[in-house]
Write a protein that binds this ligand. Structure first.
Ligand code: GLU
Length: 608
C-alpha cells in the first residue's frame, strides 16, 4: 500500500523522485503528491494516478532542486480527496510527512492537538505526525530526537518519510512494521518503500528494522534505533539488490496483465528449476502439522496446495487466510508453517509469520521479492523467481506458487516413500510438460476474447469445481471480480445444491471447471451432474474443461471451452488457473475496465 520515495541530490530531486514513484504506483494509486523546498516547504498534490499526472506534465514547472518527498496513496482513513493526499504539512509549515500504514491512536492524538490549538486540514490518520514533530521541534534542536519523541506517541504501523524546512540536504525516515529501505551513491540518496524505485541509485540497499530512524544524506546515512527509548546509533549492513528486479516495461503488450499471463510459461520453468534440497527444507521431518497461510490469491494457492499435500503427503494440513489465522491457531515447535506472499510484505501474513517465529515453529517463505520482510523472517526460503509482477492482479505469481508447492508435496512424498513411484513419475512428467501446454493455451486465447464479448454483460457469476478445482474456482472468481467489478463467487460444485441454487435463474451465469475425463472420470461425471441441476433451473453454464469430451458431455453448456489438458490433476489445475485469468482479462477488456490498476485495489497490502 502506498509508495514512498524521498530523494536528496545535488539537483534534479523532483525528477528522480517522480521516476522512482512511478515504479511504485502499483502499491496504491488513488492520489499522489510531492513536497520540495522552494524557500520554504512547497507541496503539490491531487487525486488520480501519478502516471497520468506525469504524462500531463503537471510537475514540469516545479523547481527541480536538492530535495523531494513523493507519495502515492491507497486511502485507509479519509476519502480520496486532494486535502487527504500526502504529503501532510505541520501547522507551522516546518515539517512535511508521507506515510505508509495506519496510526491506530490518531483520534486521541488529534483531540489533544486540537485542544492545544492545532487546526487540521485533512481527515487522515497521518496528519497528526507532522504536527507532533513540529511541536517537539519547538523545544528540541536535534531532529532525530524530536522525531523519536513524536513517534513514541504513535500506535500502529508506519513507514514515514520526513522533510524539514531549512534542511535541504537531509531526509528522515522512520520504520515500524511497514517496509522502508535506503540507498545512496555519494551524489544522491533515496528513501523508498520498495527496491524497484531504489535500484536506479545503487544496488546496495539498507533495509531498516522496526524502531529505526534514519538521517539520510547523499553521502551516507545515520541509523538510530529507538526500541529502548532514546535514539541510539546502530549499524545496518547493506545487502546487494537482487538482479532482474529492475523496472520492467510492457514490452509491446497492451497491459501488464496480458504480458504477465504470457510470462506464466517462464514462471513455471522457474518453479521447475528449484533444487530438491530447497523443496525438502520447506517441511522438516519432525513437523506434526503443516499450515499454509496467505491473503487473497495467495490464500487460494494454499487451498489448492492443501489438496495435494493431503493426498500425497497425508500430513495434517490446513490452509488459512492470514487475517483469520491468529484468531484460532496457536503454534509451537511441532508446527511447520508455509507463508505465501507475492510481495513478501503482506501485513496480515507478516503478523502471523511473527507469531510463528516467536512460537519456535518452522517458517518457510514463498515470495517473489528477494530480501522482502517475509524472506528475512523465515527459517527457510523458497524464492519464486517469477520476475517482477506489476499488474495488481496476480497471474504468473499464482501459477509459480502452485507449481512450487505441488513440487514440495511430490518431493516429500518421494523422500518418505508415501506414494507409488510410478504415480510420482507421472506427475513429474506432466509438470515438465506444463510450460509447453500453457503456451498452447495462450495460443488459443482468442476463444476467451470471443466468449467474453458474448457474456461479459452478465451481472452475477458463480465459479464451481470439485476437488482441487474448487479452490481454483475460488481464485478464478476472485480474479474475475477484482478486474470486471462483476459479482462473482467460487463454490464447490457439489455444495451448490445445498442452498445456493435458489439464486439461479436465466440471468445468473455459472462457470463450471471440469477435471480430466480420462484421469478423473468420477469427478468429471459428478461435476456434469451438478451442471445439469443448474441448467434444469434455466441457469446458463459455461464449461472450461478437457478437450477430449463427447458431444453428449457438453450438451448442457451454453458454451464449452476445451483446454489443452495433460490428464494429470496436479498439472491441469495450473491450466485451469490460466484459463480463469484469460477469461477475467478479456471480460474486463470488453467492459472497458482499468485492467492493471483496478479501482480500490493495491498490489502490496501493507496495512491490517
Ligand atoms: N493511512 C494513510 C492514509 O489513509 C496512509 C495510507 C497508505 O498507506 O497509503 O492516508
Amino acid at each position: 500500500m502506498c509508495g514512498i520515495v524521498g530523494v536528496v541530490a545535488r539537483e534534479g530531486a523532483v525528477t528522480r523522485s517522480l521516476r522512482g514513484l512511478q515504479a511504485l504506483e502499483y502499491r496504491g494509486y488513488d492520489s499522489y503528491g510531492i513536497a520540495l523546498l522552494d524557500g520554504g516547504l512547497r507541496v503539490d498534490k491531487d487525486v488520480g494516478s501519478i502516471g497520468r499526472a506525469v504524462e500531463a506534465r503537471r510537475f514540469d514547472a516545479l523547481p527541480d532542486g536538492a530535495l523531494a518527498l513523493a507519495h502515492t496513496r491507497w486511502a485507509t482513513h479519509g476519502g480520496v480527496t486532494q486535502a487527504n493526499a500526502h504529503p501532510h504539512v505541520s501547522y507551522d509549515g516546518r515539517v512535511a510527512v508521507v506515510h505508509n500504514g495506519v496510526i491506530e491512536n490518531h483520534a486521541d492524538i488529534r483531540r489533544k492537538l486540537e485542544v492545544a490549538g492545532v487546526t487540521f486540514v485533512s481527515e487522515t490518520d497521518t496528519e497528526v505526525v507532522p504536527h507532533l514533530i513540529a511541536r517537539e521541534l519547538e523545544t528540541e534542536r536535534d531532529a532525530v530526537t524530536a522525531i523519536a519523541r513524536a513517534v513514541s506517541q504513535l500506535d500502529g504501523e508506519y513507514a514515514l518519510g520526513i522533510a524539514i524546512a531549512g534542511e535541504a540536504d537531509t531526509i528522515y525516515g522512520v520504520k515500524r512494521k511497514s517496509p522502508l529501505l535506503l540507498t545512496w551513491n555519494g551524489s544522491e540518496a533515496m528513501l523508498a518503500s520498495d527496491q524497484m524505485a531504489a535500484v536506479d541509485v545503487s544496488d546496495q540497499l539498507v533495509y531498516l528494522h522496526d524502531g529505526d530512524i534514519v538521517r539520510l544524506q547523499a553521502t551516507g546515512a545515520e541509523v538510530f534505533s529507538v526500541d529502548s527509548g532514546l535514539p541510539r546509533r546502530v549499524e545496518r549492513a547493506p545487502v546487494t539488490a537482487a538482479r532482474g528486479y529492475e523496472r520492467p516495461d510492457k514490452a509491446g503488450y497492451d497491459h501488464y496483465m496480458l504480458k504477465e499471463m504470457y510470462e506464466t510459461v517462464d514462471a513455471t520453468r522457474a518453479a521447475l528449476r528449484v533444487a530438491p534440497a530447497d523443496l525438502r527444507g520447506a517441511i522438516p521431518p519432525s513437523a506434526e502439522r503443516v499450515t499454509l497461510i496467505g491473503s487473497g490469491s495467495a490464500f487460494y494457492v494454499g487451498r489448492i496446495a492443501q489438496y495435494f499435500f493431503g493426498r500425497l503427503v497425508r500430513n495434517n494440513v490446513h490452509a488459512l487466510p492470514s487475517d483469520e489465522a491468529p484468531y484460532w491457531m496457536t503454534f509451537d515447535e511441532r508446527d511447520a508453517v508455509i507463508a505465501v506472499s507475492q510481495s513478501g510484505e503482506t501485513f496480515d501474513t507478516l503478523e502471523v509469520a511473527r507469531l510463528v517465529v516467536d512460537s519456535g515453529a518452522h517458517l518457510t517463505s514463498v515470495t517473489n521479492v528477494p530480501n522482502s520482510t517475509l524472506e528475512r523472517l523465515a527459517s527457510h526460503r523458497l524464492p519464486q523467481s517469477a520476475g517482477p509482477e506489476i499488474c495488481v492482479l496476480s497471474t504468473k505469481s499464482v501459477v509459480n506458487q502452485v507449481v512450487l508447492l505441488v513440487r514440495v508435496a511430490l518431493q516429500i512424498a518421494a523422500d518418505r516413500d508415501l506414494v507409488p513411484r510410478r504415480d510420482l513419475e507421472q506427475h513429474q512428467q506432466a509438470l515438465e510438460a506444463l510450460p509447453a501446454t500453457l503456451e498452447a493455451l495462450l495460443g488459443q486465447s482468442d476463444v476467451f476474447r470471443k466468449l467474453a464479448a458474448e457474456v461479459s454483460s452478465a451481472e452475477h457469476w458463480f465459479f464451481v469445481g470439485r476437488g482441487p478445482l474448487y479452490p481454483v474456482a475460488l481464485e478464478s472468481a476472485l480474479k474475475f471480480k477484482e478486474v470486471s467489478y462483476r459479482h462473482a463467487e467460487g463454490l464447490p460444485a457439489g455444495f451448490f445444491k445445498h442452498g445456493t441454487i435458489s439464486l439461479i435463474d436465466e440471468d445468473f451465469y455459472t462457470v463450471a471447471l471440469l477435471p480430466s475425463k480420462r484421469a478423473e472420470p468420477e469427478r468429471f461425471r459428478a461435476t456434469l451432474a451438478n451442471v445439469s441441476e443448474i441448467v434444469a433451473r434455466r441457469g446458463p453454464v459455461l464449461g472450461f474443461g478437457p478437450d477430449n469430451v463427447d458431444e453428449d458431455d457438453v450438451r448442457d453448456f451454453a458454451s464449452y471451452v476445451p483446454l489443452p489438458y495433460l490428464d494429470d490433476d496436479v498439472a491441469d489445475v495450473v491450466v485451469q488457473l490460466l484459463a480463469g485469468q484469460l477469461f477475467a482479462y478479456y471480460c474486463a477488456l470488453s467492459l472497458g475496465r482499468e485492467i492493471d490498476q483496478p479501482r480500490s485495489l493495491a498490489k502490496s497490502v501493507t496495512v491490517r
